[in-house]
Design a protein around this ligand. Sequence first.
Ligand code: EPZ
Length: 417
Amino acid sequence: MSKLVIEGGKPLCGTIPVHGSKNAVLPILAASVLCTKGVTVIQNCPDLKDVKSTIKILRYLGAKVKKDGHTITVDASGKLRHRVPKRMMQKLRSSIIFMGAITARNQKAKISAPGGCKLGARPIDLHKDALRALGCDITEKHGYIYVCGKNRKSVELSLRFPSVGATENMLLASCLTPGVTKIKNAACEPEIIDLADFLNTMGAKIIGAGTPEITVTGVNSLHGTEYAVMPDRIAAITYLCCAAATGGSICLTNTVPEHLETALSYLAQCGCQVEAEKDVIRLSAPKRLSAVPEIETSPYPGFPTDAQSLFLALLSTADGTSTIHERIFENRFKTADELSRMGADIEIKKDIATVCGKDHLTGAHVCACDLRGGAAMVIAALSAEGTTEIDNVCYIDRGYEALEQNLATLGASIKRM
Ligand code: EPZ
């Protein structure tokens, strides 16, 4: 089990590019099984554990997958299996997107509940409801979910909550379903737009992605394409927080600043100078950040839940008291305990964290509770006095490519042991 050892107190300065988006590439890879004519060439793929797990699923299904640097080529034109073993499903949350993809491709699927970070119950009822509304028959036996999609029909469905994953499953299951399907109260996250754009370049007819109402007109088949995945907006926020927490000054390239608007506005409220131009974001931080009275997570374009732990770490040393209200996941404050080991003063009451900013944090032996919680501990460690050891790096590796190398380029003292 590897750990990160970070010596804090060094302001991060310099320029780094942001890698491709984890949460966009995973559904796009799942969507590649819908291509029956030609191959899909997917560029700007980050080199991450979750991407490797998804490639394993694609190969198990029978697709030919080639990875060359950040480009992944998928040839799914041959016969594909319709089932994914439990051990592969449990590796990541995004494996559930294969439910819609395989059903659309093979008219049936056999999968099990997905894995992923433990942020709360994370049910899949909305995914199943969406497929049932499309006419799929779903039964469950011995821990497996059996989907029969032979009688799929177009539908108008309003999601009870704008779930990212359920919207993605619905897009995949409907784009080869005859007729016009409308998804109301759809998730508006940029990753949904990326998936719809990818499918459209394969010949799908999807309009309205990025708004709460998406219209999908079913087509007969999809063909090969070449597509570049969007930049990772959460990785971008992470690096900005690293610089902000250390009083640094950084420039990020390969970003889409409008994807980060809410987080950037909070960084500005903390006292950072933030400038965005085309695909570049520059941030220059004051010696000490100011507290932010109230932050509330909500679906896009609101403040992302994935950035909540990052801000918890950031605001631990801000001047004044901040509150963060977590409204998406019921169990995403575990990182507060780890931050407390470093001297943070955080009180959790139900879904609200109150953070009283301390002068400084001190190095300690801590662990990553989940992917973004792990990134939060890195932010805290970079700003702390002394040395911090972070265990459970495997969580962090799910979402950040070359984290140590990037931070070392910016002047951090960080080692993997
Ligand atoms: C995606 O998860 C992301 N994961 C998450 O990122 C992100 O935190 C989340 O969207 C919200 O933005 C991927 O894209 C792989 P949801 P997803 O369905 O699709 C409830 C990261 O750190 N819900 O929008 O699983 C659910 O419990 C990860 O990169 C149901 O009740 O999120 C949660 O409270 C972590 N029933 C809320 O909806 C369902 O069937 C939002 O979940 C589905 C979801």
